[in-house]
Design a protein around this ligand. Structure first.
Ligand code: ATP
Ligand code: MG
Length: 414
């Protein structure tokens, strides 16, 4: 036999038995985002490497360690590790700055990062995300956070935690960076290797470090005092305050976290993450923030922007834990033709229905029903003659007789 070729480490098939939930995530994205005036954009999966070096930032892990880069015809190309840079490129290239603000774009699709595969971390993974261009006021930040929360709610995910922080603007952040460096200087040799490397280039990233010995250092009172200090300038503070007051008004619960700095270089002012307690150590489902200088840095006009991205694999594992997906009902009958027509009647009304296509014994069909649904619709010879269906609740074993023409209403009422 020929040698089997396996899927590449860190990538996964999405199999037919799992695809329903993926389709639901995509369908709800379209529905919820459309309500907020977003239009979908589909950009290429590979771009010029320089786009990510400039757009994501060359001090980031993504650019330094995680990119899939290859040469073709003397050009350096990279599989997209995230999609904000690609969307901004397209925004600039297609003159979208001329459109009336805000320009609201969303996307979904695969991203590629060369990371160590583990639970919640793949090398090809999927994101759904949004970007809003042209509004600098904090109402835009509040709206994108609210939309993320409402998207999660549409999937039945109600109890996730929103964390927010403000990174200030490049001016006020500079001072904060210097203070952090100063207070950490005596501890330099005790920091992990990554933190030592980031110390000069990107000192704020240290605060994000997950290594226990570094976390302990940040807990030392004199260091913690600097980290927790209010460093942002008056204008940034006002922006942050307004954002919080919108979130309060909109009943979006949030926690402020001064250690939340996010991995990417381009954020200013608002940053946020949405986390779940059900995901183990890779617990962030959504990350985002404001990036007012990115469009300009990539050669466009001065256009403020704010957006976020959600990891769909992590969403999937939350949904999977939540409820096993079941059919609305399974039809049990010795008459394939009768089962067929009842199934079709109910399917055209929007229900998910299956029946036995292979004429198995009645008891086998009932067994199968119990595995795939909470309801069996029994169409025995007696029922067929009198135009009834026996509806059996497979959880309680209760059974009642319903007129065939009322089955849909009965199921919807269950
Ligand atoms: P993390 O701290 O988990 O590495 P990140 O800051 O690198 O996250 P972002 O670039 O903000 O992540 O991406 C947004 C979301 O995409 C994350 O919150 C996460 O849900 C998901 N994500 C990021 N990297 C991966 C990956 N390698 N595999 C699966 N999902 C991922
Ligand atoms: Mg990462």
């Amino acid at each position: 036999m020929a040698k089997i070729i396996n899927v590449i480490k860190g990538t996964k098939d999405i199999l037919p038995q799992d695809v329903n939930m993926w389709q639901m995530m995509e369908k709800n994205a379209l529905e919820v985002f459309s309500r907020y005036g977003y239009k979908e954009i589909r950009t290429p999966i590979f771009e010029a490497t320089e786009l990510f070096a400039r757009g994501v930032g060359d001090t980031t892990d993504i650019v330094n360690k995680e990119m899939y880069t290859f040469e073709k015809s003397d050009r350096s190309l990279t599989l997209r590790p995230e999609n904000t840079a690609g969307v901004v490129r397209s925004f600039i290239e297609n003159g979208m700055a001329r459109l009336s603000a805000p320009v609201k774009l969303w996307y979904k699709g695969p991203m590629f990062r060369y990371e160590r595969p583990q639970a919640g971390r793949q090398r090809q993974f999927h994101q759904v995300g949004c970007e809003m261009f042209g509004i600098k006021q904090p109402a835009a930040d509040a709206e994108v956070i609210l939309m993320a929360v409402n998207y999660l709610k549409s999937l039945g995910l109600n109890d996730l935690e929103v964390e927010i922080n403000s990174l200030g603007c490049p001016t006020c952040r500079e001072e904060y960076k210097n203070k952090i460096k100063e207070v950490l200087k005596p501890e330099f040799d005790n920091l992990c290797e990554d933190c030592q490397n980031r110390y000069e280039k990107n000192p704020l990233r240290l605060l994000d470090c997950k290594v226990d010995s570094c976390k302990e250092i940040f807990e030392k009172p004199e260091i913690k005092a600097v980290i927790q200090s209010d460093f942002i300038c008056e204008e940034c503070a006002e922006h942050y305050k307004e954002l919080k007051s919108y979130l309060d008004k909109l009943n979006v619960k949030y926690v402020e976290n001064k250690l939340l700095v996010r991995g990417l270089d381009y954020y200013n002012r608002t940053v946020f993450e949405i986390k779940s307690n059900n995901l183990g150590s890779q617990n962030a489902v959504c990350g985002g923030g404001r990036y007012d200088s990115l469009v300009r840095n990539l050669g466009g006009d001065d256009v403020p922007a704010v957006g976020w991205a959600m990891g769909m694999e992590r969403l999937y594992s939350l949904l999977e834990k939540q409820t096993p997906e079941k059919l609305d009902a399974f039809i049990v009958s010795n008459s394939t033709a009768e089962a067929f027509s009842l199934a079709e009647e109910l399917r055209t009304q929007g229900l998910n229905i299956e029946f036995d296509l292979s004429n198995k014994k009645f008891t086998k069909q009932l067994e199968k029903a119990g595995k795939v649904s909470d309801l069996a619709l029994i169409l025995g010879e007696d029922e067929i003659v009198v135009g009834k269906v026996s509806v059996k609740n497979l959880l309680t074993s209760e059974q009642i007789s319903v007129d065939r023409c009322n089955v849909f209403e009965y199921i919807k009422g269950v």
